[in-house]
Write a protein that binds this ligand. Structure first.
Ligand SMILES: *[C@@H]1O[C@H](CO)[C@@H](O)[C@H](O)[C@H]1NC(C)=O
Ligand SMILES: *[C@@H]1O[C@H](CO)[C@@H](O)[C@H](O)[C@H]1NC(C)=O
Ligand SMILES: *[C@@H]1O[C@H](CO)[C@@H](O)[C@H](O)[C@H]1NC(C)=O
Ligand SMILES: *[C@@H]1O[C@H](CO)[C@@H](O)[C@H](O)[C@H]1NC(C)=O
Length: 356
């Protein structure tokens, strides 16, 4: 006891532990690890929940109940290359969010992620009461005992669409009145892109307006960038980062061209039962991603990009295809089955909230 030899060896052990813990931090610390680079591996402990214990799930996402015959797509876990994602703990997330509200703003891909999070939280606290209320475009899910609100505001362009007599529906690239609904939330997760691409009957506007100029149409990537800049200016001038954390849900890919993953005779996402292997999608980046990165890169306030594009591109097997519960006429290769890929988006959101 207390001999020079033993104290130096305990010092050595202490030093070794310090080095190990620094290494652990370097590898596992949220800042230093890129959670978005990795690949899908099969894991029998998945999915994180069964939709039969998620009674409020919307039919369109409940692929198993809609007759999807295969199950392997439920059993994949996202594995980052350089570290591990923390295992999702719904009870812990609810405790951390106590007294707070978290809102998804955007199109039906926000709805997809919002539904997934509600199922994940409910699974983590199955005894806790919950309420679900819809008022117009706003859906509010609450856990009263935890004093947590999880909201979804359907606002596909982030900027406004108004109707004006003599013109019809006008998409106003520099107007963002919808912010009245979302300001005051503690966590905001925005998403927009898919509706900017719609033409013909699916296009929900007749004119685009910017300042005093009106256009019948515009390059859609250019319009998207202008709209996103309006959103970025709103965040920069209105968000207090000590109160509100802002996320942007990256572009969610669809799988409408099976030649990209080497099935020249494939029919979009039909019959796909496995992800693309490895970390790289042969289709390359989505041009809308570059717009998102450019706009966020110029902002003064920190916005965390949930960089879900690549990992979702790899999941050609993750869509409802014909199992969306609304007949066989339409194939859905844009939304995602639940349980499924949006659960991983929420695991990444959870990790970002833990480490930032
Ligand atoms: C998003 O992740 C992909 C895959 O790791 C990467 O190629 C891309 O550069 C990332 N984008 C940003 C803005 O970090
Ligand atoms: C979900 O639970 C039901 C009822 O317990 C069960 O029949 C079904 O196989 C489960 N589904 C999955 C994907 O585990
Ligand atoms: C759930 O709500 C019911 C009715 O309001 C109440 O009686 C019960 O105590 C609540 N459950 C919990 C766990 O607080
Ligand atoms: C589908 O992908 C292939 C391979 O990348 C490409 O050559 C082809 O032009 C694409 N088809 C459409 C309709 O985009």
């Amino acid at each position: 006891m207390g001999t020079p030899t033993s104290s130096s060896s305990s010092w050595n052990i202490g030093f070794a532990l310090l080095v190990l813990s620094l290494l652990y931090q370097a590898v596992h610390g949220g800042e230093r690890c890129n959670f978005y680079k990795g690949n899908w591996i099969s894991d029998e402990s998945y999915p994180l929940y069964n939709t039969s214990s998620c009674p409020f799930i919307e039919k369109q996402f409940d692929c198993q109940n809609n007759g999807r015959p295969d199950k392997q797509y439920l059993k994949y876990r996202w594995q980052p290359t350089a570290c591990n994602l923390p295992r999702f703990d719904g009870g812990d997330m609810l405790s951390r969010l106590s007294g707070k509200s978290i809102m998804f703003v955007g199109d039906s891909l926000s709805l997809n992620q919002w539904q997934s999070l509600n199922c994940m939280l409910h699974t983590g606290a199955p005894q806790a009461n919950y309420t679900l209320r819809r008022t117009g475009e706003l859906s509010t899910f609450t856990f009263p005992e935890y004093d947590v609100k999880v909201l979804f505001y359907r606002h596909a362009f982030l900027v406004d669409i108004i109707s004006r007599s003599g013109m019809g529906r006008v998409l106003k690239l520099d107007s963002i009145e919808g912010a009245k609904v979302w300001s005051g939330s503690d966590v905001l997760i925005f998403n927009s892109w898919h509706w900017w691409t719609h033409t013909g009957r699916k296009q929900p506007w007749d004119y685009i307006e910017e300042g005093s100029k009106t256009y019948k149409d515009m390059d859609r990537l250019v319009a998207f960038e202008k709209g996103l800049n309006t959103w970025a200016q709103w965040v920069d001038s209105n968000v207090d980062p000590t109160k509100t954390k802002v996320f942007f849900q990256g572009v969610s890919p669809d799988h409408s061209n099976s030649s990209i993953w080497g099935e020249a005779n494939g029919n979009r996402c039909e019959g796909e039962t496995e992800p693309v292997g490895g970390p790289t999608y042969p289709g390359g980046a989505d041009p809308a991603e570059a717009v998102v990165e450019k706009v966020i890169g110029k902002m003064r306030k920190a916005v965390h990009l949930l960089n879900i594009t690549t990992l979702s591109q790899l999941r050609k097997d993750g869509h409802p295809s014909f199992y969306h519960g609304h007949g066989h006429a339409v194939m859905d290769c844009s939304h995602w089955c639940l349980a499924g890929v949006p659960d991983t988006w929420n695991q990444l959101l959870y990790a970002a909230l833990l480490y930032n």
